[in-house]
Design a protein around this ligand. Structure first.
Ligand SMILES: [Zn+2]
Ligand SMILES: [Zn+2]
Length: 270
């Protein structure tokens, strides 16, 4: 089961006159996609398979009879939606992160030893420093003897399971495959992704622009990712928009009067 609706990966087995990306001809098979014309309409476009970038940020669906090149392309693209395969991870892996410059390093390591792997996974999201401690081998070793029978990998697996393969919103452990949100880089269950009132339900940007009184450039200016769904609607996460507006308000007290209107609208008063 996938939390993301899949998009058909359309392949044609015929020569290509002119690739829409590189402009060169090709022998085929070719990928068929869409692009926005200068008149603002979606029109068919054709690409060499390696030149193709799917428009919609959703997994590609492809039949097993498709050409090998297309299957490989789809598998590579779909990787970003897959949760970690924990069985392929080495038991103890060192984190390549700079050590935190703090006098309390020893104290923090001792504190982390009191946590369960699940607690460490949650608290590791607080800061880079906490993330670092959660990967400390001393902490790991503390988890091994009492949490498991004989398998030194179990403590770490419990940690990784909590951190990567658990729904970011409801905490449900996820067993199915294509549920990782490439923007958030975290797993998201189907309910939390699609329920309309969920924090992680993406809204159409036209709706966001009206509701928060922001313009189309707001998203790019503030690095808020905008993606297309499988119906080619541009969408974004509203919580990212809200975080951004809060930050702007904090840094520019002179904008307070605009922000008041925005806040009212957010609460549904305006
Ligand atoms: Zn090309
Ligand atoms: Zn969930």
């Amino acid at each position: 089961m996938s939390a993301f609706s899949e998009q058909i990966f359309e392949i044609e087995d015929k020569p290509l006159k002119c690739c829409d990306k590189c402009g060169k001809p090709g022998l085929g098979p070719i990928a068929v996609g869409k692009k926005l014309s200068i008149y603002g309409k979606w029109i068919k476009s054709k690409f060499h398979i390696p030149c193709y970038t799917p428009l919609s940020l959703s997994p590609l669906k492809i039949s097993s009879e498709s050409p090998q090149e297309a299957i490989e392309f789809a598998e590579k693209w779909n990787k970003q939606f897959q949760i970690l395969n924990l069985s392929t991870i080495a038991p103890i892996k060192k984190l390549e992160a700079p050590e935190p410059k703090t006098y309390f390093k020893r104290a923090w390591i001792e504190i982390f030893k009191f946590l369960t792997p699940e607690e460490a996974a949650i608290i590791s999201c607080v800061s880079k420093e906490f993330y670092y401690y959660s990967w400390n081998s001393e902490v790991w070793n503390k988890w091994i003897p009492d949490k498991t029978q004989n398998n030194p990998a179990d403590g770490k697996l419990a940690y990784l399971e909590k951190k990567h393969n658990t729904c970011i919103s409801c905490g449900l452990s996820i067993k199915s495959d294509l549920v990782r949100c490439p923007i958030l880089k975290r797993a998201l269950c189907k309910t939390c992704k699609s329920a309309y009132n969920s924090k992680y339900h993406m809204k159409k940007i036209d709706w966001i622009m009206r509701r928060y009184r922001v313009d189309r450039n707001f998203f790019e200016r503030n690095n808020i990712p905008v993606v297309f769904d499988s119906f080619l609607n541009a969408k974004a996460y509203t919580f990212m928009v809200e975080q951004c507006l809060d930050k702007i308000e904090k840094n520019n007290p002179t904008l307070a009067h605009i922000m008041v209107t925005r806040k009212k609208r957010r609460r549904g008063e305006g």
